[in-house]
Design a protein. Sequence first.
Length: 485
Amino acid sequence: MNILVFTGFSGFTQRTHAMCKLIKNENPESKITKLVYGRENFNFLRKHNESLYEEIICIEDLIDDLYNNKKNFSQEEIDLIESKIDHSLTHIAYCERTLVQHTSNLAYSRRFSQSEIINQICGIVKFVESYVINNDIIYAYTCASPVSEALYYFSKRYKKRFITPFETRLDYRWSLIDNNRDFHPQILDFYKKGIITKEGKEIINSFTAKLNNNIKNEIESNFQKAIIADKQLNLKNITRFLFNLLKSNKSQSFIHPNKFQIILKNIKIIFTTKMEHFYLKNELPKEKYIYLPLSLIPEASLLIRGLKYYDTLSFIKSISAEIPFGFKLVVREHPSMAGRNDISFYREVSKIFNVHLISYKVNPHKVLKKSDAIITVTGSTGFEAASIGKKVILFGHPIYSMINTIYKVDDISDLGDVLRRKWTLENVKQQEIEVFKYGSAVISGTSIRDNEKILWTKESRNEDILKIDREIYKEFNRIVKKINK
């Protein structure tokens, strides 16, 4: 069995390495190839190879090679690649923020022309194709890059089994799925049966009770608090900044921000955090309102699974034109964007007569509870709103979009009609039932609980084999055995 494993940042290199050890222990004849983002991650894998891998490829080395050895792809070649993956290469390019840089205000040391972007994307996709062809199982640590997109679409073409972990947005549970769209077939099948289990009801009641007591996802909350703390002007942060600025890091990509850009970025953060209070309010409006929580920018789930809404300002303006007259649209800044959005963005949003822009410091649950409805593309706040009986309108397709009482809108022009529909006590009661069904479906069968809250934390860089690794491998192995039958 030949296995291609794509891995990268946030400790997933260590976690997939541990899983590969488990694969080799039980299936020593398996041949594993690793594609890895990050030179530090690449060096870690080379150091700890222990004959685990047939080959380890660093994506940054591939990108450097494509940049230094430019190839002019003809339109015929581009069309051929698109026909093979049956997907837009433009969309794949958009999910790489370092190439298509206008989707955020992040600074990089190099900007790319259209021909350079074409060269990079076509080169990456063609490179990935050969590795998909020569492997039986394709495992991607996440679906958030041109590499993972190419892996998925070529897996479909060449009928290879694609496996990737996705969060279920509930109880620190993950699910291994066969697609890049946050679509969980097994969970959906169970949900459609309409079964409410005792465990499913308990997990939702626990989730709702924590929400009502201002207790959200611990990993997400700690991450957001750390980002805000890191932007405070104090001796600790200044010392850390100077140390990182002065040290030499040979593993950095050639497009990594230069020292001047890093200094400028931090000056901008200080300036923005000092000025944002002129635009970000700390109180809710007196009027009835619709709630729109902003997302992190750039956000992979948006660039891949909600691309047409990536322009936040345009999205806000379009929604403001559809809400009922007399209502406000309450827009709350994302905590992780503290100091990162331009003041000019806040100024433009504040000009819209029926928009009320509030600070990330305002309690999100308080905003949610007092709202008439919530709008999001793929954000977890939509599920939180559904669990407390609120009307939810989605423009994307996150896992919880399977809940029948949640409105799915594909065209903003349809939003006004949905917002004007009555949301009665009967709707609230029915939604409670649907959320119980969803909770029961999530914990049924094959979902994996991250009991120690390892993934997406610093603990995920632990080099040992952890319980979560064994749980993921157990489910991975079940899927593989099912394929081989």
